[in-house]
Write a protein that binds this ligand. Structure first.
Ligand code: URA
Length: 249
């Protein structure tokens, strides 16, 4: 919060940026800086430095923050009929079969068997935790093709909150893309949430596609295809997770 009123706008204390990227406590991050292990745009950082994390490349021991050595981050366009798990007891196709076998990665959160779209897979357990823990709320955007044409009342209910059997949903951003196609942005991650929300307002989902996870999107990735996240995308995800945690607190 002090940064919001700081004259040095957009520039955040380096130790805070490092801590948000999961490099340890602020105190541990100060030690990294004091030990000369941190650079900003290639120059050795000093205690007291501030950076704009949108612009500057911050590295620890020569590795950009947000990228842990040995960590891989894949973005998969999950097709329908593939289970979001590493191993399915029923022997159905699973998402990890669609990406390289080694190093072993795990899905970040889940998409239903019949849901398509963007899914992250990684071996970075810390980022997975920070993106999936209920107290974090990184935005997820979906395109939902629904039965019928939702009217103003249904749209308002979706936006303001729908009573489900596990409680009222948080406010959502909902727009219409066509008479039966909604763009829905939620930051909760309840089981089958979008389907249950739409069903509750009388417009069951016929097709559901996730089109964005926080800052990460890709309209060109074909169903079943994957790519590695760029370093900038990993850093942006780290920031989105840190910001959503701050919002909650
Ligand atoms: N909401 C759903 O209903 N299903 C998903 O797979 C993701 C969000």
């Amino acid at each position: 919060m002090p940064e919001a009123s700081d004259p040095d706008q957009g520039r955040i204390r380096l130790q805070k940026v490092l801590a948000q990227a999961g490099m340890g406590s602020r105190r541990a991050c100060e030690e990294l800086i004091a030990d000369g292990r941190v650079t900003i745009d290639g120059e050795e950082a000093m205690l007291g430095d501030r950076v704009d994390p949108e612009v500057s490349v911050v590295e620890v021991d020569g590795v950009p923050i947000g990228i842990r050595p040995g960590s891989v981050y894949y973005l998969l366009n999950k097709p329908t009929g593939v289970v979001t798990t590493a191993d399915d007891p029923q022997g159905r196709p699973v998402v990890v079969d669609l990406v390289p076998e080694t190093p072993r990665v795990f899905p970040v959160g889940r998409l239903d068997l019949d849901t398509e779209g963007l899914l992250l897979l990684t071996n970075d357990g810390d980022l997975t935790h920070r993106l999936t823990h209920p107290s974090f709320g990184v935005e997820k955007e979906y395109l939902a093709e629904v039965e019928g044409t939702p009217g103003r009342g249904a749209l308002r209910r979706l936006r303001e909150g729908v009573e489900l059997d596990d409680g009222l949903t948080a406010p959502a951003t909902v727009g219409t893309v066509g008479p039966s196609v909604l763009r829905i942005v939620i930051h909760e991650g309840r089981n089958r949430q979008v389907r249950r929300m739409c069903e509750a307002v009388g417009h069951p989902v016929r097709r559901l596609v996730r089109t964005r996870i926080g800052p990460v999107t890709d309209h060109l990735l074909a169903p079943g295809a994957w790519r590695e996240l760029t370093q900038a995308e990993v850093r942006a995800l780290e920031r989105a997770a840190a910001e959503s945690a701050t919002d909650e607190g």
